[in-house]
Design a protein around this ligand. Structure first.
Ligand SMILES: NC(=O)c1ccc[n+]([C@@H]2O[C@H](COP(=O)([O-])OP(=O)(O)OC[C@H]3O[C@@H](n4cnc5c(N)ncnc54)[C@H](O)[C@@H]3O)[C@@H](O)[C@H]2O)c1
Ligand SMILES: O=P(O)(O)OC[C@@H](O)[C@@H](O)[C@H](O)[C@H](O)CO
Length: 472
């Protein structure tokens, strides 16, 4: 089934999307600034904003992190794009209008301009886990070259170009303080536990390093919200572009394909206001933690298992891997382990697991395991390690978690697809030496102290040998 609610037949013949030609809505005034323009924000936050009853008053100015490719695709079509929602039995297309402006990450003056604007009330982020430039303990990683460069730049000149996400935020907030543009909310939407506190910590630490008094101003004027975000959104492919052209006749250079399911749980204050996201499905709560753990452990933890163990068996997509009964068994084992540590009613967990199986099996979502496998050193400590540790402390050896760790060890040792890490030096040499040494080192990195837990080391080694044999 294909429905085209916002593409009227008389305008379907134009070559590209255009507000002047009547596609979508007129651009709303910018009141939200976003860093990390990619697939996810367009399938999620921008979609909620577009659905909100007050959408006409809430435009988003979205910046990429680095590359200008998406800006070059979206700017000629006025920030409009087609959201392709893929259910197992058909797809639905609609034009999303909430991106009022799109910018490259290199447009620093434009970035600063929004932060100095009192109308801008919220800044949102999807900069990946690595984008928060945190050291192992969660504080700002001042050993990084890009963080050091930002510190030097911010000390030298308040308009100097900076590169990291915290650097950009600190530059923006410093200007906001100087211009008296008032309070606002920062809302990270990445798969990080307690992402509001994570962002707050790196921003305050950086502010303290570059401008005495700024951190104090931030504490008094800036609210850091915390979120759980969920909508499986693979990278856009030519297939999505072709699907849009076939259905609408339009050449959309940057559609997004996503699944029907969507969840957004938000905790925080909005002193300068926000779109009525809660009227279109977002849940405003006091505590995100139970939702976050359910999602991060059951969905993202299973994704990482599928990515490394499924990848070791030669699978390419999530749907391929979950159709393999051996992989499914490992995922179910992982879910049993993780579920024991979730403070949620058992029937709620059962329903979530059942729904996840359907979501993973969706044949129209071509979610590449290689995309999920990137940045394991950032993801496994938060998706898998807490359950691994809790199970060991309870005297159990968790088979599912051990399988994920074992598969990651093998990946780091060169089995299967190449390792993709934002900071490759973090894993360089980590899994060298004998397999047993590698398992000890990797466990110690993921969960400090666990590398010396000999029964756990033996269990992971056993899983690694089993995987090697199955992959041979
Ligand atoms: N895709 C999903 O299904 C999904 C679902 C839930 C949450 N998320 C969160 O959203 C993030 C982005 O996902 P996506 O699918 O939009 O990816 P994407 O690759 O389409 O876009 C990522 C954006 O972040 C920017 N970026 C990357 N590294 C950065 C850095 N170090 N500093 C600043 N900006 C950086 C990129 O330039 C790009 O603009 C994920 O890492 C995850 O935390 C994604
Ligand atoms: O986006 P990442 O790289 O943090 O993780 C990859 C996937 O696990 C993730 O994108 C999920 O699809 C998403 O979190 C579902 O909401």
């Amino acid at each position: 089934m294909i429905t085209l609610p916002q593409l009227r037949p008389q305008v379907r013949t134009g070559l590209r999307l255009s507000r002047a030609a009547g596609h979508g809505r007129p651009a709303a005034p910018v009141r939200v600034v976003h860093l990390g323009l990619g697939g996810f924000v367009r399938a999620h936050q921008a979609w909620y904003t577009d659905n909100a009853p007050d959408a006409a008053g809430w435009g988003i100015a979205a910046f990429t992190g680095r590359s200008r490719a998406l800006v070059e695709a979206l700017a000629p079509q006025d920030g409009l794009y087609t959201l392709v929602t893929r259910a197992p039995d058909g797809e639905r297309l609609r034009v999303v209008s909430s991106l009022s402006a799109v910018h490259g990450g290199d447009e620093h003056d434009a970035w600063l301009g929004y932060w100095a604007d009192r109308a801008v009330a919220v800044a949102t982020f999807t900069v990946t886990e690595a984008g928060y430039v945190r050291a192992a303990g969660g504080g700002l990683d001042t050993d990084r070259e890009d963080v050091r460069a930002d510190i030097a730049a911010l000390r030298a000149d308040r308009h100097a170009r900076v590169r990291t996400a915290p650097g950009r935020v600190v530059a923006g907030l410093r200007l906001r303080r100087a211009t008296g543009a008032g309070p606002m909310t920062l809302l990270p939407c990445d798969n990080l536990p307690d992402n509001g506190r994570a962002l707050e910590r790196v921003v305050l630490e950086l502010a303290d390093l570059v401008d005495p008094g700024l951190a104090e101003w931030i504490v008094g004027h800036v609210a850091f919200g915390t979120t759980m975000v969920d909508r499986i959104t693979p990278a856009t492919t030519d297939g999505a572009r072709e699907a849009v052209r076939a259905a609408t006749g339009l050449a959309d250079a940057a559609p997004v394909a996503t699944e029907p399911f969507s969840e957004w749980v938000v905790a925080g204050d909005f002193p300068a206001g926000r779109p009525a996201w809660d009227e279109v499905g977002a849940q405003l709560v006091d505590d995100v933690l139970p939702f976050e753990r359910r999602k991060l452990w059951l969905l993202n933890g299973a994704h990482s298992l599928l990515a490394y163990a499924g990848g070791a068996l030669g699978h390419r997509t999530v749907a391929d891997a979950i159709a393999d009964h051996r992989v499914l068994g490992w995922v179910e084992a992982w879910w049993d382990e993780a579920s024991r540590h979730l403070a949620l009613p058992p029937d709620e967990i059962t329903a979530y697991r059942r729904a996840l199986l359907d979501r993973f099996a969706n044949p129209r979502i071509q979610h590449l395991l290689a995309q999920i496998a990137a940045d394991g050193s950032e993801k496994l400590p938060v998706r898998v390690a807490p359950v691994l540790r809790a199970e060991c402390e309870a005297g159990r050896l968790p088979l599912g978690a051990c399988t994920t760790v074992a598969a990651w060890v093998l990946r780091l040792r060169g089995h299967g697809a190449p390792v993709s890490e934002a900071r490759p030096e973090r894993v360089a040499g980590l899994a060298d030496g004998s397999l047993a040494d590698a398992v000890r080192a990797v466990l110690g990195r993921l969960a400090p102290g666990m590398g010396a837990h000999e029964p756990l080391v033996a269990a992971v080694l056993d899983r690694a040998r089993t995987l090697e044999a199955l992959a041979a």
